[in-house]
Design a protein around this ligand. Structure first.
Ligand code: MTE
Ligand code: HPA
Ligand code: MOS
Length: 788
């Protein structure tokens, strides 16, 4: 049998590909400076927890009329938060993390601004701070209630299981390291309108929060987003305060105001991926079949809730990953500390749940002397039994067994694992390891109401389209994909479709572009909008083909001699839009140019614009009971990575990675594969070299690329092969599956391969060089640490 692998088909170039390469793609801070524009800066707390004792701005008075300073009293409304309103835009008396903003400062130009920032004195009384999950648990400092997913007799299951293992994994955070830092410019426009250009994944939230904060109504604020230089979840909520600070200045001074963070500031003050501490207690058979699991997850939410409780929900719904767990209790608690509020990051909690089970599987394999791949195969979701998740959702369209077997064969997993084992040389300076892991990622926002999108499709008389949706382009190619969907619907070239900047006066009440659902929600809304448009054009076509062209509306409407053309019968035959022409499916020879149909429609007063709304059906997950259908479908994939670990330095080289994913029918093969490669490499950075180091007072020390090591070109797998399964997804309108986040979780193949190489069953994330050396030589480290 031929392996069901999709043949690569070249996709259209990303809409800003040329702009990215040439440097002409415009970002917020590339906008030309306006004549009266002010530059904005921030005074933020250097302490994790403190009382603001006094603020002295007397030394700034020398710049009277050139510098403006604002505190929380300048805001009409100071509290915000996407889930719980527990955060202040500007500190009131107390600061809760390093980076908590106390003052907004505006100046005529950046030089005066920097000087003024240095002259402002804030005195603090330092208060005790909670800086770790352990401290937070000890003090019962929590955000929200404990969340639970529970099914079956997990307790007797654990007690009677032939084997039982326990473990704890430390999972650190990671910085988003978007190349474009947080940025916003606010322009006070004619008639009291505030126009905000923001680097945000969530224009609607920026619009609403700016309006509330500065005392305007929603109708008075327009948020415009052309593109982001990366978001990765870091601009889902945390772009909003930046926009608010700029708008505050713009409204008070009635001048444009620009706030753009530099990298160090951005890294120090904005939140990251939540650190997690996960505990497992797992029971299994002699064959490695999981019987029961008790999982307990703690996350560091930082000082404010942000999205951390939703992130925890996604962690809990992803503990099962690709594996059937018959009985389980999964508990999750977000901790409140005095660290910057942590936030969404590609995978949104999913990776932390998945780390638990993948680590436990490595431990099971080691305990039983099995290949961990066999333990995975033993437990993988199967049809028609062993296919319900701990939260009660059936795993429909399960491609996991096929993915496992196809990839293992294609990359010669068994032989390579055997060879690595046989060739292991105790004298060699390097150690090799290999592992094959999987991902099953739920697609939909778990918070049901967020699963909605809307779109505006405008058809112009030259046959070109403008499409507007709530989707934000952050590099992932969502605009190109949505444009391709509309182009395909009307049988025109992608060059005939322009996807417009995301703008809240075109698309209102939108969700963040997040949860990998940008194309599913907004692309579907665009397809919904296309249908009535096509229907109207089909009727015009049906009338036109039966008329003498001399009688077409364009020829007769001028003199006004004839009534509007009317097609009042139902369409009896399917009308096809293809190759720039329109025809009845059974009469391709009687086609008309689409352009003629559009022109005649206009002369005949047929509307050429349409608005579409889409919501995901069939979701009934109950957050209180922890049961129900949480996701429309799952994006699934597998990866096999082979690594080499230098036992003298702890350095990891990824020698080869093979990835196989089921993404349904891709809209744009190249964009999907690009997302897979990018997500994998980003995940690889997180699980290997990206170590966030805080000092003992809760201040981030690694706030630049000199100390925070994201992957470079040299770290990309030496041999990197990505394939897609031939497949079709009946649950989406475009028949494809979401790709944005899921492949990040395939980087656990590197983490597991390192464990295989150094023969340990547990490693923290990231498995940094130091941590690898600690795992290899625990007695030496113990000796060094004892030394004075
Ligand atoms: N790809 C690029 N180049 N830049 C990004 O910021 N963000 C990721 C992913 N891929 C991101 C990216 C995250 S976190 C998500 S949720 C999705 O893109 C969001 O876009 P989508 O829903 O259109 O896939
Ligand atoms: N993913 C990303 N962002 C979100 C989600 C999610 O599942 N839920 C709420 N915001
Ligand atoms: Mo992505 S973490 O859902 O923005």
């Amino acid at each position: 049998m031929q392996p069901p692998i999709l043949k690569p088909t070249p996709g259209a170039a990303h809409e800003s590909a040329h702009g990215h390469v040439r440097g002409s793609a415009e970002y917020v801070d590339d906008r030309p400076r306006e004549a009266r524009e002010l530059t904005v800066g921030l005074i933020w707390s250097p302490h994790a927890h403190a009382r603001v004792v006094s603020i002295d701005v007397s030394r700034v008075q020398k710049w009277e009329g050139q510098v403006w300073i604002f505190d929380y009293k300048a805001l009409a409304h100071n509290t915000w938060g996407s889930i719980f309103q527990d955060q202040n835009f500007l500190a009131v008396d107390e600061v809760h993390f390093v980076g908590d903003v106390v003052l907004v400062v505006a100046a005529e130009n950046p030089i005066i601004l920097q000087a003024a920032l240095r002259e402002i004195r804030v005195d603090y009384e330092v208060l005790p701070a909670i800086l770790s999950i352990d401290e937070a648990v000890a003090q019962q400092s929590f955000i929200g209630a404990e969340r639970r997913i529970e099914r079956g007799d997990w307790q007797p299951g654990l007690e009677t299981a032939p084997h039982r293992l326990q473990g704890t994994i430390q999972i650190d955070g990671a910085d988003h390291f978007y190349l474009e830092n947080q940025a916003a410019i606010a322009y006070p426009r004619d008639g009291g309108v505030m126009e905000i250009h923001s680097s945000t994944q969530h224009p609607t939230e920026v619009q609403h929060l700016v309006a509330e904060a500065v005392g305007l109504s929603h109708k008075d604020v327009v948020c415009i987003v052309k593109r982001l230089g990366g978001g990765f979840g870091g601009k889902e909520t945390q772009a909003a305060p930046i926009a608010v600070y700029a708008a505050l200045v713009a409204k008070a001074c009635q001048r444009p105001a620009r706030l753009v963070l530099d990298k160090d500031t951005d890294m120090m003050i904005t939140g990251k991926r939540n650190p997690f501490q996960v505990h497992y207690d797992i029971g299994f058979t002699d064959e490695g079949e999981i019987i029961a699991l008790d999982g307990h997850l703690y996350s560091d939410g930082g000082a404010c809730a942000d999205l951390s409780t939703a992130i925890m929900e996604r962690a809990l719904t992803h503990v099962d990953n690709a594996y059937f767990i018959p009985a389980a209790r999964l508990r999750g608690q977000v901790c409140r500390t005095h660290i910057h509020p942590h936030t969404a990051f590609r995978g949104f909690g999913g990776p932390k749940g998945v780390a638990l089970i993948e680590q436990a599987i490595e431990a099971i394999a080691h305990h039983l002397g099995m290949d961990s791949y066999d333990v995975r195969l033993k437990n993988v979701y199967q049809h028609p039994h062993r296919n319900t998740t701990p939260y009660g959702q059936h795993v429909e369209g399960n491609a996991l067994p096929l993915l496992f077997e196809t990839l293992a064969e294609r990359c010669d997993y068994r032989a390579r694992r055997q060879q690595i084992k046989e060739q292991a040389d105790p004298k060699s300076p390097t150690l090799r390891g290999i592992a094959l892991t999987a991902v099953k990622f739920g697609i939909s926002f778990i918070t049901r109401f967020l699963n909605q999108g809307n779109a505006l499709v405008l058809l112009h008389r030259d046959g070109t389209f403008q499409v507007s949706t709530g989707a934000v382009e952050m590099g992932q190619g969502v605009q190109t994909k949505i444009g391709s969907l509309v182009a395909a619907e009307f049988g025109v070239d992608l060059s005939a479709v322009r996807v417009m900047p995301t703008q809240t006066d075109k698309n209102a009440n939108t969700s963040a572009t997040a949860a990998s659902s940008g194309t599913d929600l907004n692309g579907s809304a665009a397809l919904v909008a296309c249908q009535p448009l096509k229907e109207r054009l089909s009727k015009v076509f049906a009338a036109l083909v039966e008329l003498d062209p001399e009688l077409w509306p364009s020829r007769t409407i001028g003199p006004g001699t004839r009534q509007d053309m009317v097609w009042d019968r139902p369409l009896t035959r399917p009308i096809v839009f293809e190759g720039g022409r329109v025809f009845a499916k059974d009469q391709p020879e009687r086609s008309l140019p689409l352009l003629d149909v559009i022109r005649e429609a206009w002369f005949n007063r047929v509307s050429l614009s349409e608005y579409g709304f889409f919501k995901t059906e069939g979701l009934d997950f109950n957050k209180v009971t922890g049961q129900g259908t949480s996701f429309l479908y799952y994006s699934q994939g597998v990866a096999c990575s082979e690594v080499e670990v230098d036992r003298r330095t702890g350095e990891v080289k990824v020698l080869r990675t093979d990835i196989l994913m089921d993404l349904g029918r891709p809209i744009n093969y190249d964009l999907e594969v690009g997302q897979i490669r990018g997500a994998f490499i980003q995940g690889m950075g997180w699980v290997t070299t990206e170590q966030l180091v805080y000092d003992a007072k809760g201040s981030l020390l690694t706030h630049a690329p000199s100390t925070y090591k994201i992957p470079s070109v040299h770290d990309i797998p030496r041999d990197f092969r990505v394939d897609l399964l031939q497949s079709d997804e009946p649950r989406t309108m475009h028949r494809g599956k979401a790709v944005g986040e899921p492949p990040l979780l395939l980087s656990f193949s590197v983490w597991a391969a390192i464990m295989n190489a150094i023969q340990v069953t547990s490693l923290p994330i990231p498995a940094s060089r130091e941590r690898i050396l600690r795992a290899l030589y625990p007695e030496r480290f113990a000796r060094w640490e004892k030394a004075p």
